[in-house]
Write a protein that binds this ligand. Sequence first.
Ligand code: NAD
Length: 424
Amino acid sequence: MIQERRKSSNVLLDTALQEFYGAADEMGLNERLISILSHSERRVQVSIPVEMDDGSVNVFEGYRVQHSTALGPSKGGIRYDVEVDMDECEALAMLMTWKCSLAGIPYGGGKGGIACDPLNMSKKEKEKMSRTYGARISPIVGKWSDIPAPDMNTSGQEMVWIMDTISKMRGDLEPSLLTGKPVSFWGSKGRNEATGRGVATCGLEFMKMLGKNPDSMTAIVQGFGNVGSYTAKTLNEAGVKVVAISDISGSYYSEGGIDIRKAFEVIHSNPKKILTGFEKVGNCEKIDNDLFVEADFLFPCARDGMINRNTAGNIKVRYIVEGANGPITPEADEILADKGVIIVPDFLANSGGVIGSYFEWAQNLQGEFWSEDEYNRKLVNIMKGNFRRVWDYAEVKHVRMRRAATMAAIQRVADVVEMRGTFL
Ligand code: NAD
């Protein structure tokens, strides 16, 4: 019997499902595997009561979704944001399954988060929230089952709170339980920059395929958080002129190129780590929307859905490398395809983070500590190889890169599901 195909009112989840079904049909995947892989293995919701600084109690909702553990323990970030919900986590968990598969690492896909407004919470409130969340997801996470990491609005600090809580509950130090830890506490040199370095590496490989020298290329980097800032830095160091950057404080433009070092100074001196006031010290102007600037490349590294039917028509770049997860809606994808824009999909471009996480986990399991050079060298080599593989696959199959990457990723997971069978 053919199972009815899933639809979702959540844009991100529906996008992930429709892309999966489209690729699966194009590959001729059988209905049995389509049914299995279009559902998540586990979707967990937890309530997190937190005594706020003013004495009131706020109950936050937290989530953890494990889409697939076929290839290995599920792997994926934990995000803090007002818009976090179960469907968003499920969509992102599915993307993680494809991302890990495509990256060639032995992980499945997971994702979690808490619906909250972290920018308006004190450190103490965030600590209590993180620890209680950790305690409540403890039964389903572990070094061989599900390995969280930082994501939007979370960092090494949140990982340490969660790891410390679970370690104390279990009476055993669990460093390999999660990744993205600070270097001073079981983290890995290079991990903080890994996602952005990987995104930029894809961009630079793309330029190579186009026969272009980075010195002759201009770029927009949307979002100046973890991913965006290191994407901009790595591109800049390779010679690319970054003409516009942005974050929640606004968009900043300089025809001669943004001073990335100055931008880092501004965020590091701001308690909320944002670019407020950058136009006063960065020799640049504040503009309405960085997406509409003229440049060769756009690296959307802020959040999902930023390039949608309202914004896609005004985009002037020819090449996009997706740093954020799901920054382009399906409608926008079509608009951009009609305009001839070539897009490197998120789960290829931003897989440097999870490859880097794998390096951290592997070091933790073996009690090893690699040098930053060793870490970066391995990361860049893998990213280049993966980019080339998808580029070539897209050419051979005559499909866009997103479709090529999805097909290659699904194939590996499907093969393993077949091999392992469907016990439970
Ligand atoms: P972050 O919180 O460090 O940074 C997000 C940035 O986007 C901030 O600078 C924020 O101000 C900016 N932003 C938010 N709304 C914006 C808007 N409307 N316009 C312009 N800028 C806006 O988060 P991050 O870790 O850099 O993650 C960014 C994206 O990359 C997310 O989609 C995340 O899922 C994805 N991602 C992150 C990693 C990682 O290792 N951190 C790995 C893979 C994918």
